[in-house]
Design a protein around this ligand. Structure first.
Ligand code: NDP
Ligand code: 13P
Length: 344
């Protein structure tokens, strides 16, 4: 049977935070049957009563086809597709939790950006390790602030899957008047872009928090892009993916707009707060903080230089003064700008 958007109904979205709720709303607006589940029962009851998620996306009323699911186990029995949208720290825990209730023909997607903590795995590898090789898997990524998607502002996303039928079906479930969804088979490339851009957004925030100006920000984005390209190429991703929505698109979005929580963290550090103070000031999910060390480790293992990521790690975890880190970047040996692809 050909997979279509309808064969993915109902979709259960796991994670009633900003992004899970926005994606659930976007699909439901297209008439897709969606069930939203979150771990906090009290919050779920409130969402069900108000028909909105006032904690994460105030004032956005849910479409009728979006229902709240209180009982995860029961909803998994009847669903045809699961979309996970929890932070990377909770990704493997959620997969372990749903695994006993899943049949192998249920396709699984996720909108989480980042790596599995402690082992630094890309989430696709973690998903296969936990769920086995039979599920169709897809990653949803791209430049997309939850609030803008939920408001219905124009947005473009990428759905990456090795199963092209699943990618197309999921893209059409998401695709609507204000949301364009593209597809790609480069699952690795999409994950590299979506993970590293968060670390670079912290760097961009630090740079702007220090007041270093527009030239410095543009240089940082461009050289950050070179770091993404180098890592992606050594890991075996498609270089062109890095110039797409999940790479350059998301890098630009997250590094330049203050809606980004990664950028907010950097801004707070750059303006003089300690890392701990900055973390509590932002008080939200900051994936780049979790990914930075793992990205650097992977780069070092692959022999790839990522000097900006390295300085972000020094600031976040070794107490480095952000001004000294910028100085360290500026003092690197002089070299030709190209080639971007390669190890240094
Ligand atoms: N927000 C955005 O604009 C975008 C976010 N993303 C990505 O989506 C992912 C989720 O981010 P986002 O929705 O913004 O984060 P939020 O902090 O808004 O929400 C996270 C949600 O996950 C839940 N959660 C956390 N830990 C667990 C757990 N152990 N088990 C079950 N549920 C858990 C939280 O529950 P509780 O409310 O109870 O704390 C909350 O509902 C991240 O990887 C992020 O990078 C991607 C694109 C856009
Ligand atoms: O990934 C995002 C937009 O595409 C959200 O970025 P932040 O997690 O930095 O808010």
């Amino acid at each position: 049977m050909v997979m279509t958007a309808s064969s993915l109904m109902p979709t259960v979205v796991i994670g009633a935070g900003a992004w899970g709720t926005a994606l659930a709303i976007a699909m439901a607006r297209n008439g897709h049957e969606v069930r939203l589940w979150g771990r906090d029962k009290e919050q779920l009851s409130r969402i069900a009563a108000e028909r909105m998620n006032s904690r994460y996306l105030p004032e956005i009323i849910f479409p009728d086809t979006l229902k709240i699911e209180m009982d995860l186990e029961k909803s998994l029995e009847k669903c045809r597709h699961i979309m996970v949208s929890v932070p990377s720290l909770a990704f493997s825990e959620i997969l372990h939790c749903i695994k006993p209730f899943l049949s192998e023909d249920i396709p699984i997607s996720w909108a989480t950006k980042g790596l599995t903590p402690h082992n630094g795995q890309f989430l696709h590898d973690t998903a296969i390790e936990i769920l086995g090789p039979k599920h169709a898997l897809a990653v949803v990524s791209g430049p997309s602030f939850a609030a803008e998607v939920a408001t219905g502002l124009p947005t473009a996303l990428t759905v990456a899957s090795r199963d092209t039928a699943f990618a197309k079906a999921l893209a059409s479930a998401l695709h609507g008047p204000a949301l364009r969804a593209y597809t790609t088979e480069d699952v690795l490339g999409v994950q590299v872009g979506g993970t590293v851009k968060n670390v670079l957004a912290i760097a961009a925030g630090i740079c702007d928090g220090l007041g270093y100006g527009a030239n410095a920000r543009a240089a940082l984005l461009t050289r950050g892009m070179a770091e993404i390209m180098r890592l992606a190429s050594v890991l075996g991703a498609e270089p062109e993916t890095m110039f797409g929505l999940s790479g350059m698109g998301d890098l630009i979005l997250t590094c330049t707009d203050n809606q980004s929580r990664n950028r907010q963290l950097g801004l707070a550090i750059g303006s003089g707060l300690t890392v701990d103070e900055a973390v509590s000031k932002v008080g939200k999910t900051v994936e780049g903080m979790h990914a930075a060390r793992e990205v650097l480790l992977r780069a070092q293992q692959a022999g790839v230089e990522m000097p900006i990521v390295e300085q972000v790690c020094k600031i976040l975890f070794e107490g480095y003064d952000p001004r000294k880190s910028v100085q360290a970047l500026l003092c690197r040996e002089q070299k030709a700008e190209s080639p971007v692809i390669g190890k240094s």
